[in-house]
Design a protein around this ligand. Structure first.
Ligand SMILES: N[C@@H](CCC(=O)N[C@@H](CS)C(=O)NCC(=O)O)C(=O)O
Length: 216
């Protein structure tokens, strides 16, 4: 198999990159990661050299390019046969919650930008933000209660759904979301996860600051 190269944005702020990188780690793929610092004068040109969409993450596998975090997770799952729950019902719900977090929660994403290393940030809680937080809490509770018996993850074993939700966990951790006990337990599993810890360690060492994402 040709080597896999994952091109990602800098780890502290690139929520979309985190998802693809985490899932690839969890399904056991070996790959090289190339980091492009976001929001700098040279960023656009550097990304365009690799990515047809002008966005990161991008996975290169020989001649094949795969862009978009969810498409990369799907490809990694196809290569390895891991990443989606085995039962059809659980898999359908996992795909639903992945699609929901991929296309939705725009208020949460804009008011609470991912800032992996930041702690104890506080912002005003708007009605729309509260609604996003409540819906995430409901998703985590529902998946854990219905499908989580086999392990600490949303569907028991680690799945694409956990990778897709990891940036939300980091946002909740940075800005101190008020959530239910079961959701806090799920967050603890994500925050203790070894690949996530590896990402956080690297994020802390990055020199770049994106002022617009330093909120609260
Ligand atoms: N839907 C895309 C979104 C990717 C995205 O917006 N990536 C940001 C970085 S996190 C980006 O590449 N921004 C380009 C730039 O900042 O110039 C995905 O899931 O991969």
């Amino acid at each position: 198999m040709p080597p896999l190269t994952l091109i990602i944005g800098n780890r502290n702020y690139s929520s979309w990159s985190l998802r693809a990188w985490l899932l690839m780690k969890h399904v056991g793929l070996e790959f090289e990661a190339i980091v492009i610092a976001l929001d700098r004068p040279e960023t656009h040109e550097q990304i365009e050299r690799h990515s047809p969409s002008g966005r990161l993450p991008l996975l290169r596998h020989g001649e094949l390019l795969i862009w978009d975090s969810l498409a990369i997770c799907e490809y990694a799952a196809e290569l390895t046969g891991k990443g989606w729950p085995r039962s059809r019902e659980a898999r359908a719900v996992a795909r639903s919650v992945c699609a929901e977090v991929h296309s939705g929660f725009t208020t949460l994403k804009s008011l609470w930008p991912m800032n992996a290393r930041a702690r104890n940030r506080h912002t005003a809680i708007t009605v729309a933000l509260e609604a996003d937080i409540e819906r995430i809490d409901e998703i985590w509770n529902d998946c854990r209660a219905r499908f989580g018996a086999g392990g600490p993850w949303l569907f028991g074993e680690y799945s694409v759904a956990d990778a897709m939700h990891a940036p939300v966990v980091l946002r909740f951790n940075t800005y101190g979301a008020r959530i239910s006990q079961a959701a806090r337990w799920y967050m603890a599993s994500v925050l203790e996860d070894a690949p996530l810890q590896e990402w956080l360690t690297a994020a802390k060492q990055e020199p770049w600051i994106i002022a617009a994402d330093e909120v609260g």
